[in-house]
Write a protein that binds this ligand. Structure first.
Ligand code: S3P
Length: 184
């Protein structure tokens, strides 16, 4: 299953070690691309939190922002995070703002492992281009401000990897190695 609402059968109350692995980082850091690769490699399910939110709300993230505003989106985002409680081994790509809220960080740390894809702003911006499906995309100086404001929050993740120029396969390998070290 790719994205969308987690099936209830996934909510099996597994321990932290067998639970979801959340990918954290700025827009364009590669959370979804790396998440899919990593899930394939580990034989885990992959979910995209934005897709879960869209499935639950019955509309796109873009539409939620346009019709209900950012605060409503953030409430739906926190709710979707709470729904990940009890999920079995899986990879979940979070939206770029999810880990910047203390309430979410607390819940995510209880539910599973968080990994920051630390990617330079220039690379993030190159990747996202002028994607109109990302409501918070703005000019370079506003993105720089947002990026710098968020980095200290991302740095609170359990683990971090260099998600710079190496490419998604490399990032997935780094994460797989970190997880192996942790398990061993
Ligand atoms: C957001 C990032 C988006 C999405 C929403 C808000 C953010 O996800 O959740 O548009 O606040 O940075 P991606 O990081 O997948 O673009």
């Amino acid at each position: 299953m790719n994205g969308g609402e987690p099936e209830s059968s996934l909510a099996s109350g597994k321990s932290r070690g067998d639970g979801p692995i959340f990918l954290v980082g700025f827009m364009g850091a590669g959370k979804t691309t790396v998440g899919r690769l990593l899930a394939d490699r580990l034989g885990y399910e992959f979910y995209d939190l934005d897709s879960i939110i869209e499935a639950r709300a019955g509309k796109s993230v873009q539409k939620i922002f346009a019709e209900q505003g950012e605060a409503a989106f953030r409430a739906l985002e926190s709710e979707a995070i709470r729904c990940c409680r009890g999920m079995k081994a899986s990879i979940v790509a979070l939206g770029g703002g999810a880990y910047t809220f203390e309430e979410n960080r607390r819940a995510l740390k209880e539910i599973g492992i968080t990994i920051w894809l630390d990617c330079p702003l220039e690379i993030c911006l190159e990747r996202v281009g002028e994607d109109s499906s990302r409501p918070l995309l703005a000019g370079p100086s506003q993105m720089k401000t947002l990026f710098e404001r968020r980095r200290p929050d991302y740095a609170l993740a359990d683990l971090s990897v260099d998600a710079g120029p190496g490419g998604p396969e490399d990032v997935a390998s780094q994460i797989a190695s970190l997880l192996e070290e942790r398990a061993g």
